[in-house]
Design a protein around this ligand. Sequence first.
Ligand code: ADP
Ligand code: MG
Length: 309
Amino acid sequence: MNEFDLIQGYFNWKLNDASIELGVGDDAAIFNLDPGHQLIMSTDTLVEGIHFFKDASPIDIAYKSLAVNLSDIAAMGGVAKCYTLSLTLPKLDKDWLEQFSTSLKESSERFRVNLIGGDTTRGPLNITISMMGSIEINSAIKRSGASAGDDIYVTGSLGAAALCLKKINEGVKPSESELISLNKPIPRLELGSALRNIASSCIDISDGLEQDLSHILKSSNVGAIIYSDKLPLDNSVSNYVKDSNDWSLPLCGGDDYELCFTAGKSKRKKIKELSEGLKVRVTRIGVINNQKELEIVGYNGPKSSYQHF
Ligand code: ADP
Ligand code: MG
């Protein structure tokens, strides 16, 4: 099997989106945007040993590579449409490729996105997905729109993925639900796009709430106060915090892939309705102010969110 057989065999799927004119197989793909819409795009790389363990399942790697990219589109309020896959593989392992490809195809169907191209090379295992979507002109939710008085919200719950990672690193067996938090984050696509014209700013939490909220504050030139006792926690994280009094997992732990967004007080009712309608937990955790810094009530530990360098 050569590189071209590999692409044909594992990554050339039937397209199921009429707006895609040309997918895998030519020098570039073509897709059409609806009138009045902008292209919105984002890229994320997963590297063996950094983003997943050496023996990680190809099923989980494929799902997460897609989910983290979808999460970025969700944070902007966009609708994800199609993506490219740049795959660097140490060797041609048919069993690995079969599992990876099947999982990626199933996840793509679940989130209604199409693979339209990519690149295949040999080297240390590395998966880069570039996700493209569309959004009505001038309606993307940027990091820069928060203003004093806005409420701060987070979706889902925080810290379970970080707790799972901590347990694995300490040789403790994580629970099934903790493993799902780490390996199967759910991109908040529907909520993200419903928040257009409601949220004033938004970010997805990949490196820890403290750091990611700080990006909103810096971009918007504002400060904030949040309350650690208001953070939404699963039972396992809540028990961990009670036992250890260590809030760093939900505040600074990475890999949550929940949305953190801000919105004016007049939007409270609308946000509650969206949360109920879409069945996504949404929790108000604090408020934006003019202080130019992030105050976390109930926490004075180190601010140690994830950094690559
Ligand atoms: P080129 O040399 O012109 O860049 P390639 O030989 O790299 O083309 O790729 C041939 C076709 O296969 C292109 O359409 C490319 O987008 C697609 N492709 C390559 N690798 C992948 C992959 N891992 N997944 C999906 N499509 C791929
Ligand atoms: Mg190429």
